[in-house]
Structure formats: structure tokens, C-alpha cells
Ligand binder design. Structure first.
Ligand code: MN
Length: 287
């Protein structure tokens, strides 16, 4: 199942270039009162909602996907857990290029030594919303990454069990200012996490370990890789992350970017795709 959020937070099922509005199925979600949970109640309810989502889709008129304004497929993740340099060739380029490592030894070390980092959920946008370059004087790069969305609470799970906690996958763009500051400072600006184009549920993508991923900017090839080259794959990342944080429904795991990171500027158009998920086009705008 491919689930999107579109227009004014409508929910849709995507199929062959069309979207069917299934928002009516969300009436079954529990009504919330303050304080709200630190997790996404739609993702948490997804297994229970599947039947009614399918029933609503069968009733809905398919609309052309090209007319839908796609939002992030996860509205309220409690946290975004992200992997720093997690492809060997990106580690190699980060070690040799001062514009990438800024003499920060933490940017030149293997992920098992560096650990993971967090991005602010307030940085999330969907593909129909532009990335807004906040500091045009600073080098700002694209990073295309496989994003896994956690489906149920998990704490200290082993890599053997880890994939059973994944609700689904989407494309992630981890937009990054290069520089000496903490990653959380340079990567959590508004609009600097793009998730889309939709959530592909894990039953459709049982093995995330051999997926081609790519990003072009203005039609020029920038990053080309395959998730088989991840140093820590999705199961190992969930094992590591859940040994430090309890992962909750809707939490997003950005698995790290391959070699080929390069600058984006206002006016650029990014086109990203991941095998088995789909593709998305994202505009870059001035502040
Ligand atoms: Mn990244």
C-alpha cells in the first residue's frame, strides 16, 4: 500500500499515477486531548486501519496524482533519528574534502564511533513544498537517503527483529549546511527535511537492502548509489537507535547519504528517486 498526504492534509492511496481520497477512514482514529502523544497516531493505527483504508479506496474516484500537492507522508513524528556518514565512499569524500569535514574529526569517523544524531521534526516538509535556503552565503547541500518509518514502539530490539517494527519507507532529503557547527544546528532548519512522495508499507518492500537511490539537480546527475552499500543497514540502525532511544510510531530513521553530496541554490530543482518507492521533484527557493 502506498499512502500519501496531500492538499489540506487529505489522506490518499496511490496507485498507477492516481490518488484515491481515503480521509473518511481516519474517523476511526482516537480523538486526542492535550497533552498530545510524542508519536504519530495515524502511523500507530495503520495496521488496524488497513481494511477501512482499502474499503474507502474502493469507493473513491481516482484523481490524477499530478494534481495533488503532496505533503510529508508522516505528519507528527516525535523524532527524526539520522545516520551520519554511513556509506564508505561518502566517508572517503568527507575525509579528503575540507569543505565537507571542516576539521571536525566527528565528520571523518566511521558511524560506529560517531553514533547517530537527531533532526527537529519542525524541519519536515513534503515534496510540493519548497526547500527555502535560509543562509545563501553558506554552502547548503542535498543528501538523498532511504527513510524508514517506525510502526510500533521498540526499545533495545535486535537486528534480527528490527524490520518487523518498520511501518514503511519513503525518500528522505537531509538538507545540510556545511560548516563546523553541530549537525543538529546545520540540518534542522525549517524545510531542511523533505519526506515523500508517499509511504510504501513494509509488506510491499520486505527487504530494504538492495535499492537503487539517486538525485539529480536541474537534470544533472549528482548522487547514484544502492542501499546494499550502507555500512549499517536498516536492521543494524534500528538496533543501534533503539538501544539509546525508545522508537515510537511515526519516528523517522534517515539511513545516511552516499557519495556525491553537492550544493543547491535558490531556483534549483531536485529530482530524487528510490527503487521500489517512487520519485519526487522538489523546488529550492530563496528565503
Ligand atoms: Mn544525511
Amino acid at each position: 500500500m502506498r499512502i500519501c498526504q496531500f492538499n489540506d492534509h487529505r489522506f490518499g492511496i496511490v496507485e498507477r499515477g492516481t490518488v484515491r481520497d481515503v480521509t473518511s477512514a481516519l474517523a476511526a482514529l482516537p480523538s486526542q486531548r492535550y497533552p498530545f502523544p510524542c508519536s504519530d497516531i495515524f502511523i500507530a493505527a495503520l495496521p488496524a486501519l488497513r481494511e477501512s483504508l482499502n474499503a474507502a479506496a474502493a469507493q473513491a474516484t481516482p484523481q490524477p496524482l499530478t494534481q495533488a500537492r503532496l505533503l510529508s507522508p508522516v505528519a507528527n513524528p516525535g523524532k527524526i533519528v539520522a545516520a551520519p556518514v554511513n556509506y564508505q565512499k561518502h566517508l572517503d569524500e568527507a575525509r579528503t574534502d575540507a569543505a565537507l569535514h571542516h576539521n571536525n574529526t566527528g565528520h571523518q569517523q566511521e558511524i560506529r564511533r560517531t553514533g547517530l544524531f537527531l533532526k527537529a521534526p519542525s524541519s519536515i516538509i513534503g515534496p510540493s513544498q519548497p526547500v527555502v535556503i535560509r543562509h545563501p552565503d553558506r554552502r547548503t547541500d542535498h543528501e538523498v537517503e532511504l527513510a524508514a518509518v517506525i510502526g510500533r514502539p521498540c526499545k533495545a530490539v535486535s537486528r534480527d527483529q528490527a524490520l518487523s517494527y518498520v511501518a514503511g519507507y519513503c525518500i528522505g532529503l537531509d538538507i545540510t549546511i556545511r560548516g563546523p557547527e553541530e549537525r543538529s544546528f546545520r540540518k534542522s532548519l525549517d524545510t531542511y527535511t523533505v519526506l515523500g512522495p508517499w509511504l510504501v508499507t513494509a509488506d510491499e518492500l520486505p527487504d530494504p537492502s538492495g535499492l537503487d537511490l539517486a538525485i539529480d539537480v536541474n537534470g544533472e546527475a549528482r548522487q547514484r548509489a544502492n542501499t546494499r552499500d550502507l555500512i549499517l543497514g536498516v536492521p543494524e540502525l534500528i538496533e543501534l537507535a533503539s538501544s539509546f532511544y525508545t522508537l515510537l510510531p511515526g519516528d523517522v530513521l534517515l539511513t545516511g547519504t552516499p557519495e556525491g553530496v553537492a550544493p543547491i541554490r535558490p531556483g534549483d530543482v531536485m529530482h530524487a528517486c528510490i527503487q521500489g518507492i517512487g520519485e519526487m521533484t522538489v523546488q529550492v527557493r530563496p528565503a
